[in-house]
Design a protein. Structure first.
Ligand SMILES: C[S@@+](CC[C@H](N)C(=O)[O-])C[C@H]1O[C@@H](n2cnc3c(N)ncnc32)[C@H](O)[C@@H]1O
Length: 341
């Protein structure tokens, strides 16, 4: 006799949820890129067929993406072929940058996770991270997205405490923050420093689109090996958002920090904002982003410093910490540093 009944087994529903949430992460990243999330932010319901026709998209694929998002409560499907925001839409919309960062920025690493663990596949130099393929453009775009939601308000308030003439941004990514800093202040100039070629291209295009090419320059350079240049001479405010950990290990970071007053001879203030290592108790309660940030950097052989390690290093190199402001990204702080004379 053939039985058509499913064989019940413990944990099957939870495993299915786990599987569907992995798919949901990829679907969320895609729906974001395709502009569907943006539409659903502005409209109560969107017809999938007309959305696909309007954007020249393969309808069956988009319908399946919507089903994957419905399975994780981000969207709701209606019987007449429309999608509506689901219970988790507002939160997912706010946090969509993290998904873009993970899926598009680190997708190749996730696919090759096991390969990267095998010692035979790893480079002899522990500081060589080139064996990992990251997508700089998407990491920059994602940083711009979650930065706008969870960082920029804090930065504006802190920056406004003291006037400045020229701002530099180490690891400027898409240059969004620099564009805000310069665009909102008539006499201010800016310089972005970025190592990734794709991000440099994106930053230059964004600066041009903002009409600020005469006041912001983007330098393609490695922040760990900077030399003095004319563009850096009048920089009095230095910023760095979410790349400070790339300066480590400690001896290298120490050397970079010690060299800042030489590379930027007019420097007065340094706002260093980064995610740091922090214990969150039960691993199941870890907030969004943290585990992925730790895992991706562990694979690249990067040990993320704690806030205490940062503070000890600032003290050692003569940077006075005038304030440490927690921001909306888990385990992340803006350190407001002053150059001691
Ligand atoms: C997580 S992204 C953050 C981008 C931007 N600061 C933001 O907050 O949106 C880190 C950026 O730092 C850049 N970066 C990493 N190491 C660097 C280095 N040694 N020199 C210059 N840029 C670097 C990366 O290419 C990337 O664009």
């Amino acid at each position: 006799m053939i039985s058509t009944e499913a064989v019940p087994h413990t944990g099957a529903a939870e495993t299915a949820r786990l599987f569907n949430s992995a798919l949901g992460a990829a679907a969320l990243s895609a729906a974001n890129e395709l502009g569907l999330l943006e539409r659903l932010r502005d409209e109560p319901a969107v017809g999938v067929a007309s959305f696909c026709a309007e954007h020249d998209l393969h309808e069956e694929s988009v319908v399946s993406i919507c089903r994957a998002l419905a399975a994780v409560d981000v969207l709701e499907l209606t019987p007449d072929g429309q999608v509506r925001p689901g219970r988790l839409f507002a939160t997912a919309y706010r946090e969509k940058g993290y998904f873009l960062w993970l899926v598009r920025g680190y997708g190749h690493m996730l696919e090759h996770l096991a390969d990267h663990c095998r010692l035979t596949n790893r480079p002899a130099d522990p500081n060589d991270r080139t064996f990992v393929r990251r997508r700089g453009k998407y990491i920059a775009l994602a940083g711009h997205d979650y930065g706008a939601r969870f960082v920029d308000g804090h930065v504006e308030a802190i920056v406004n405490e003291r006037p400045f003439r020229v701002a530099a941004d180490l690891g400027c990514g898409a240059a969004g923050r620099l564009i805000d800093l310069v665009g909102e202040r008539d006499a201010v100039r800016g310089v972005g420093i970025e190592i990734d070629e794709d991000a440099v291209r994106l930053a230059r295009a964004n600066v041009a689109a903002a009409g600020l090419a005469d006041r912001i320059s983007i330098v393609h350079a490695d922040a760990t090996a900077l030399d003095r240049r004319p563009e850096f001479d009048r920089v009095d405010l230095l910023c760095s958002f979410f790349m400070g950990h790339d300066l480590w290990p400690r001896p290298r970071c120490r050397r970079v920090l010690e060299g800042l007053p030489i590379v930027f001879p007019s420097l007065e203030r340094f706002l260093l904002c980064d995610t740091h290592r922090e214990h969150h108790g039960d691993v199941r309660e870890t907030p969004i982003f943290v585990l992925a940030f730790e895992l991706t950097h562990a694979v690249m052989g990067q040990r993320i410093p704690t806030a205490t390690e940062w503070l000890e290093l600032f003290d050692e190199v003569g940077l006075r910490c005038a304030g440490a402001h927690r921001i909306g990204i888990p385990s992340s702080t803006i350190f407001d540093l002053r150059i001691r004379c």
